[in-house]
Write a protein that binds this ligand. Structure first.
Ligand SMILES: [Zn+2]
Length: 285
C-alpha cells in the first residue's frame, strides 16, 4: 500500500469513527460526577416477575436489567413517567429472557450510553440473538466484566462483582453480576439471580454483604445456602421481583421475617426506595 493510499484509508476510518460518535450523541459531560442533586432513588419496576431496576443518583441513571420482551412497553412507559430521558449505564446481570428480553425495545426508545455485561457461554435462544443485535446497533459502549470493578456514576461508587468460578451448576444464574452501593449510611445490594453455588462463594468471601436494602436473589427462591446469605446481609428492607404465578419460597419469607426485614414484592406493584443517606422511605407506586 502506498503512503497516499494508506493516508486515504486512515481518513476514511477517522470519518467513520466520528460519524459513529456523532450519531449516538455521546455527551461530553463526565458521568462520574454528580450534577449536585441529593439522594439515591431506586425503582424496582413491576415487569411480571422479571428484573428491571432503575437507580438514579447525582443526576445519572443506571438500569439494572430490562425485564421480558413482553413487558418492554410497560417498562418504557414507567421509565418515561419517571422522567428518564436516557440511560447512562445499562447493567445486565445475566442473559436470561426475564433480564434482557426488554433490551431491544429499550435501546430503540432511549439513548443508552454504556452497557456492562457478564462473560460466560452465551445462550443460543432467539431472545439472546435479538439482544446482541440490538446492543450492536445501539452504539452503546459495551464492557464485558470479568473482574470485581468499581464504577463511579453521579459521584456515587458502585461495586460490581462477577462470579469467581469459570463454571457453575446453574450456568446462567450463578454468573449474575452482583452490585453493591452505599449512600451515606444506607446500603443497597442487588443480587441478580444467584443460586446455591454462587451463594456459597459469596458466603465464603471476605466481602461485607450487609445491606439496608436487598434485591433478593433469584426472585425469592430458597436453597441450602440462602439462610447463611440472608443472615450475612441482614436487610431492613427486602425486595422480591416475583409474579402472581411465581411467588417467592415460603422459606425465604420466613427467613426474612425472622430477621425482621420488611418485605416488598413487585407482584404487588412497582416499588420505590428513596434515601437521603440517613432515612429510607419505601412505597408502592
Ligand atoms: Zn430472573
Amino acid at each position: 500500500m502506498t503512503l497516499k493510499r494508506y493516508l486515504c484509508c486512515l481518513l476514511v476510518c477517522l470519518t467513520l469513527l466520528c460519524t459513529v460518535a456523532c450519531d449516538h450523541d455521546r455527551p461530553t459531560e463526565d458521568l462520574s460526577q454528580s450534577d449536585g442533586s441529593v439522594g439515591f432513588t431506586v425503582n424496582y419496576l413491576d415487569v411480571d416477575g422479571g428484573d428491571a431496576i432503575l437507580v438514579r443518583t447525582g443526576g445519572r441513571t443506571m438500569l439494572i436489567d430490562a425485564g421480558y420482551e413482553e413487558t418492554a412497553d410497560r417498562m418504557i412507559l414507567a421509565l418515561r413517567d419517571l422522567g428518564v430521558e436516557r440511560i447512562d449505564y445499562l447493567l445486565i446481570t445475566h442473559f436470561d429472557k426475564d433480564h434482557v428480553g426488554g433490551v431491544p425495545s429499550l435501546v430503540s426508545e432511549f439513548t443508552v450510553l454504556n452497557i456492562i455485561q457478564p462473560v460466560y457461554e452465551k445462550p443460543t435462544a432467539t431472545f439472546y440473538t435479538r439482544y446482541r443485535t440490538a446492543v450492536a446497533r445501539s452504539g452503546a459502549l459495551v464492557t464485558d466484566l470479568t473482574e470485581p470493578s468499581l464504577l463511579t456514576l453521579g459521584g456515587q461508587s458502585f461495586y460490581l462483582y462477577p462470579g469467581e468460578a469459570t463454571a457453575y451448576a446453574e450456568g446462567d444464574n450463578d454468573f449474575s453480576l452482583v452490585v453493591k452501593a452505599t449512600y451515606g449510611a444506607v446500603s443497597f445490594l442487588f443480587a441478580g439471580d444467584v443460586e446455591a453455588a454462587r451463594l456459597k462463594e459469596m458466603n465464603d468471601s471476605k466481602i461485607n454483604w450487609s445491606a439496608t436494602v436487598l434485591k433478593c436473589p433469584h426472585h425469592g427462591t430458597y436453597n441450602k445456602r440462602s439462610e447463611t446469605f440472608y443472615n450475612k446481609v441482614s436487610p431492613k428492607y427486602a425486595i422480591i421481583t416475583d409474579s402472581d404465578t411465581e411467588p417467592p419460597s415460603p422459606d425465604t419469607l420466613s427467613r426474612l421475617a425472622a430477621l425482621g426485614a420488611q418485605v416488598y414484592r413487585t407482584s404487588q406493584g412497582s416499588i420505590t426506595v428513596y434515601t437521603d443517606g440517613t432515612d429510607v422511605t419505601v412505597s408502592y407506586q
